[in-house]
Ligand binder design. Structure first.
Ligand SMILES: *[C@@H]1O[C@H](CO)[C@@H](O)[C@H](O)[C@H]1NC(C)=O
Ligand SMILES: *[C@@H]1O[C@H](CO)[C@@H](O)[C@H](O)[C@H]1NC(C)=O
Ligand SMILES: *[C@@H]1O[C@H](CO)[C@@H](O)[C@H](O)[C@H]1NC(C)=O
Ligand SMILES: *[C@@H]1O[C@H](CO)[C@@H](O)[C@H](O)[C@H]1NC(C)=O
Ligand SMILES: *[C@@H]1O[C@H](CO)[C@@H](O)[C@H](O)[C@H]1NC(C)=O
Length: 291
């Protein structure tokens, strides 16, 4: 191994040793779960059934280079993807999260969460740390730090694969907007509203939106992109063609500076503009608009 890599491992080791000191030996013993024939289907991705409740305190198993990417929806859900070099033959891998020791001012409030990683493609595993039963509950503050540990079981023995600290508010990806609705429609214009859920009060005023509009039979690549640089949950579309079918999608993003990521696009909303006055072939007339 090259010298810089060695010194990096050494400092990591020292850090881990420091972190390991306050942990009790019972927690360590609890990790030696042997799990032949464990029921995977019962576990699901939401809670860490079958996962140890704490991470092994032994040093990191460095045979595989790996990294983890997480997105926090700003309320009670942190979705993570763990990627590693090919060749790992672990049967079960879990993601454990807790507050770093230095963050714990009120030990009674200390939290920890675990989810069972599921393979999503070769070399990648994913799971969601669901921090509470209510999706709208504010489970982390804007200064919270999460200590993440990936552990895998091989032959009934849990090994610590990597640890990483993240500040979830630096990695926000909101839930896509939903409940898109036409509130007003004419021949050439239309007003559409939507709703966003699970948006933290910390970022509420900084949310912006992007909408895209296409003719129903065109691809999204040709869509017109419309930007709303404020938390405005409606859009007034102008210059539309009469009696034309359109589709609109919306996505959301907080303006926070560091690692801005758009939400996925919402479900598309299809709508048809009002026909232009009389004189059109009857087939083009939408009965709803003849009232
Ligand atoms: C595994 O769990 C599922 C759902 O909880 C259950 O239907 C199934 O019978 C279980 N299988 C075994 C082998 O325990
Ligand atoms: C994890 O949290 C539970 C309660 O939520 C607690 O009983 C348990 O001791 C905690 N485990 C660790 C290792 O902090
Ligand atoms: C957590 O977020 C992921 C997407 O990031 C989603 O697929 C999953 O359903 C969410 N889980 C809950 C309980 O909200
Ligand atoms: C994460 O790890 C995988 C597998 O080791 C590697 O292919 C990928 O390039 C890494 N990504 C980053 C951002 O380090
Ligand atoms: C569009 O509808 C929303 C919600 O009813 C309303 O607040 C907004 O003023 C409307 N916009 C226009 C341009 O009519």
């Amino acid at each position: 191994m090259a010298a810089p890599a060695l010194s990096c491992c050494l400092s990591l080791l020292i850090l881990l040793l420091l972190l390991a000191i306050p942990q009790t030996s019972t927690a360590v013993n609890g990790l030696s779960i042997s799990s032949p024939g464990r029921n995977r289907s019962g576990g699901g991705t939401l809670e860490g059934h079958g996962c140890p409740t704490a991470s092994p305190t032994r040093r990191i198993f460095t045979a595989y280079a790996s990294n983890i990417t997480c997105f926090y929806n700003s309320r009670a859900n942190v979705s993570c993807i763990w990627s590693h070099d090919e060749g790992l033959r672990a049967t079960t891998c879990c993601l454990h999260s807790r507050q770093p020791q230095r963050e714990v001012l009120f030990p009674t409030k200390q939290w920890n969460h675990t989810c069972e990683l599921q393979p999503v493609r070769p070399g990648s595993w994913a799971c969601n740390l669901v921090l509470g039963h209510s999706p709208e509950a504010q489970k982390l503050t804007i200064v919270d730090i999460m200590k993440l540990t990936v552990m895998c079981s091989e032959g009934g023995k849990w090994r610590r694969m990597m640890t990483q600290d993240i500040k979830p508010f630096d990695y926000i990806r909101l839930v896509p907007p939903h409940s898109l609705q036409v509130v007003h429609i004419e021949t050439h214009r239309c007003n559409i509203t939507w709703t966003v859920s699970q948006v933290s009060h910390y970022i509420q005023n900084d949310v912006e939106f992007e909408a895209r509009l296409r003719y129903a039979d065109h691809s999204w690549e040709d869509a017109r992109l419309l930007t709303l640089r404020q938390n405005q949950q409606w859009i007034s579309l102008e210059n539309l063609a009469p009696s034309m079918e359109y589709e609109l999608q919306v996505r959301a993003k907080p303006r926070l500076g560091s690692h801005e990521v758009w939400s996925h696009w919402s479900q598309p909303l299809a709508f048809r503009t009002v026909p232009a006055g009389p004189g059109l072939p009857a087939a083009d007339l939408n009965p709803e608009h003849l009232l």
